[in-house]
Design a protein around this ligand. Structure first.
Ligand code: 26Q
Length: 753
């Protein structure tokens, strides 16, 4: 502590007591940067490049201090001088470089790669405003820019630049680097590209800007609105900037390390995170050919170097571009894509695997599967569905390429950092070995009958609920009852994730309570979700939940038993407060649609019980904890796939045939709701549910009500047993460490070092 005091005082240039939080933060930033550089050893052997449009890294200061082993010292030192770590954290803006699970997964992977001492960097874009900031105005989402780059971010500007040609014009991509510290491990880097000419002042109302001024707008936002041609073209511009600069960086580094490029795969493994970076394949081929390698060999080199991860079976999320878009933005790539299409066609006469289809649409995922050596899904069920149905034609062609890598999360952020009290309890019981070997959490099974331990665990959960309540009061002016059961659904807003099913349950409960059928315990339903700006129905669902929240809060008969909290601008920082405070984790997607989910793992690790469908990684969670320790409901993925194949689902039959469903759906446009809400939004949502309900909310409604009420009853009737089952969940969470996932990627795909 003494030497830390001296170091920090020197860095601050003043007595810490008299420094502002901002000054202390800047001092720590430079301390961390110095310390992390010491651990940045050069790569030997094969190095990984993880290319991704998103890296949802969250705030970095505390995480880096933990990973560098400095956290306790710094905290003690600050407290000695009357400063709090929590307040210091407020100073740091959250980097807004991602949207949801795919981006957070990339961040967890970088942490695990560095922790396992593997050489591996990220490659992405330095978005000036990242994803938008979500605000609720008149109970509707609106969007404003999130200016997270304020001079004290972690990205270091370098003098490394690469030329990139977009629509025939030359641009210069500049590299920025963020150090990625491993837990007691090495330092790797997140490489982010940007243009010097990007100009935030062109942002007009909300998040609008001139989509044609490429030099000024290129890296302003993640996922700019793509509801028009200019927006879609902009996405291609962004993607090509990322992959072209990224490919040049990779070739540069490998050449400097001794590669003659014919042996690129001995120096580099490239993981393509979903289809957003898929153009790296033709771009690498183009660059290799430019350096004198012939086309066939370049194709072979790139196939051996690259691997592809699929994160979805939703057809609309598998990127396809009209060929003329690519002709316009990347004319240097289309001849190559055409040749790749011809190679693919020479391998099969199954036209469903074509890269360029008969309508001149380019299928990015098809290019990935043909021209990488590995295609993986992100949970066991998801991979099986890819092999059996969605990508079955490819699986028949290349069975050896398909493999599963069930997702994971880093325990450093999602336990050590966000739940220090639980971490301490675990360490008192089983020591610190689980920090690097998560399977050791199994040892907690010895304590499931120990009443003293269970009481401690219950009191930690309660304290975390108090802390969330305090945070909600201070940041959003919302008061919650910490004795209520906290059921949390936080994730991107999407119909397949079925926040609307939760909504219908809450309306149902409203009626039950009004009829005097009281639940066994009060329930606080907490939501966190952003809707894509052009996704109308998703925004309608947010509106309905916010309106219902008001209706309930103004009705004293109901509000004693039921509360809805929709957290504004859900992000990693909010997740770190919500997850440790959760009793019931809502994972209620339509079976077969959620590739994996990773929030489910975070909640489980923090002692929540899951209420979920047999979807994504829920299936593996259910396997691990056993039926008694999870609440499963709803149709199976087989039933769902069958129903889609039959094509005979009619929501109106369920609406008309079930009075409870009808009552809940009709309430959307009731007087009570319309008093606070908008006719347009609520009517559209109601019609959608009755006429379409593409994600089959209504057939799962009754099973959901029954299971959720069962969970409420169990929670109320036998709290000790609830806590026992919570401990079982924690003890089985080890498998879901991203360290395990990364070891599997390395063993089967990357072979690093
Ligand atoms: C595609 C085309 C046009 C515009 C946008 C997109 C687009 C953007 C983002 C498509 C998908 C995404 C993000 C997907 C995502 O976050 N997927 C999640 O990945 C997690 C990590 O594997 C899984 O756990 C989740 O199940 C999956 O939904």
């Amino acid at each position: 502590m003494k030497s830390m005091d001296k170091t920090l005082t020197e860095l601050c240039g003043n007595d810490i007591r008299y420094c502002s939080y901002e000054e202390v933060y800047m001092a720590l930033l430079s301390l961390v940067q110095k310390e992390s550089e010491k651990r940045a050893v050069p790569a030997t052997g094969r190095k990984l490049y993880y290319i991704s449009a998103e890296f949802l890294i969250g705030k970095l200061l505390s995480n880096n201090l933990i990973n560098l082993g400095l956290y306790d010292d710094v905290k003690a030192c600050l407290e000695f001088h009357g400063k709090s770590m929590a307040q210091l954290e407020e100073t740091e803006p959250e980097p807004s470089l991602g949207n949801g699970g795919l981006g957070r997964l990339a961040a967890c992977f970088l942490d695990s790669i560095a922790t396992l001492n593997l050489p591996g960097d990220g490659i992405g874009l330095r978005y000036h405003c990242g994803l938008f900031h979500q605000n609720f105005t008149d109970r509707l989402q609106d969007e404003t820019p999130d200016f997270w780059l304020g001079g004290h971010d972690w990205a270091r500007k370098t003098d490394i630049t690469y030329p990139v040609s977009l629509a025939g014009r030359d641009y210069t991509a500049r590299l920025y680097k963020i150090a990625v510290t491993g837990y007691e491990g090495r330092t790797n880097y997140l490489n982010l590209f940007d243009l010097d000419t990007v100009d935030q002042s062109i942002i007009g109302k909300g998040i609008q800007f001139d989509k044609q001024e490429i030099d000024k707008n290129l890296t302003l936002f993640l996922y700019p609105d793509d509801s028009d041609d200019d927006g879609r073209l902009l996405r291609i511009y962004q993607q090509y900037l990322m992959v072209s600069a990224g490919a040049q960086l990779i070739l540069d580094e490998c050449t400097r390390r001794g590669s003659d490029l014919h042996d690129l795969y001995d120096y580099a493994a490239i993981q393509i995170n979903d289809t957003h970076p898929s153009m790296v394949i033709p771009e690498l081929i183009r660059l290799l050919c430019e350096k004198g390698i012939d086309f066939e060999e370049a194709v072979e080199i790139v196939t051996r170097t690259c691997a592809y991860t699929n994160h979805t079976i939703l057809a609309e999320a598998l990127e396809k571009w009209p060929r003329h878009y690519l002709d316009k933005v990347v004319p240097q790539l289309t001849p190559i894509i055409e040749k790749l299409d011809a190679v693919a066609a020479s391998r099969t006469n199954d036209s469903s695997t074509a890269i360029i289809d008969s309508n001149n649409i380019v299928h990015m995922a098809h290019m990935d599967i043909h021209f990488t050596h590995s295609t993986n899904g992100v949970a066991a069920l998801h991979t099986e569905i890819l092999k059996d149905s969605e990508l079955n034609h490819f699986y028949k062609l290349y069975p050896e390429k398909f493999n599963n890598k069930t997702n994971g999360i880093t325990f450093r952020r999602w336990l050590l950092k966000c739940n220090p009290e639980l971490t301490q309890l675990i360490e008192n019981l089983i020591g610190t070995g689980f920090r690097k070997d998560a399977s050791q959490l199994e040892k907690l099974a010895d304590f499931t009958e120990d009443r003293k331990v269970l009481k401690q665990l219950a009191s930690i959960k309660y304290d975390n609920k108090l802390a969330l309540a305090e945070w909600l009061k201070n940041t959003q002016g919302i008061y919650v009852n910490p004795s209520a059961m906290f059921a949390i659904q936080s994730k991107r807003l999407h119909e397949y994730k079925r926040q609307q099913l939760n909504l219908l349950y809450l309306i149902h409960q409203y009626f039950e309570i009004k009829a005097g059928r009281l639940p066994q315990t009060p329930l606080t339903a907490i939501f966190g979700a952003k809707a894509a700006p052009a996704y109308t129905i998703a925004k309608d669902i947010i509106h309905a939940l916010l309106v219902l929240s008001t209706v309930i809060s103004l009705d004293p008969e109901v509000s004693e038993w039921l509360q809805i909290v929709f957290i504004e601008n859900y992000n990693v920082t909010a997740a770190e407060k919500m997850i440790p405070a959760c009793d019931l984790s809502e994972q209620i997607s339509l079976a077969s649609k959620e590739a994996s989910g990773t929030g489910n793992m975070k909640f489980m690790l923090n002692g929540a019980l899951t209420l979920g469908t047999m979807d994504g990684a829920n299936v593996e969670i259910a396997d691990a904890v056993g039926d008694d320790n999870i609440y499963i409901f709803g149709q199976s993925s087989k039933q769902v796939i069958h129903r889609y194949a039959q094509g005979d689902y009619c929501a109106c039959d369920w609406y008309e045939g079930d009075p409870n469903i009808r009552r809940a759906v009709d309430f959307l446009t009731s007087e009570e709701m319309l008093f606070h809400g908008s006719q347009e939004h609520l009517t559209r949502l109601k019609n959608e549910l009755i006429r379409k309900d593409w994600f089959q909310t209504l057939p799962d409604f009754n099973a959901y009500v029954v299971r959720k009420n069962q969970a409420l009853a169990d929670y109320a009737e036998n709290p000790i047993d609830w806590t026992r089952r919570s401990l079982i969940n924690i003890s089985k969470a080890g498998f879901f460490s991203s360290d395990r996932t990364i070891q599997e990627y390395n063993r089967d795909i990357w072979h690093l070092g």
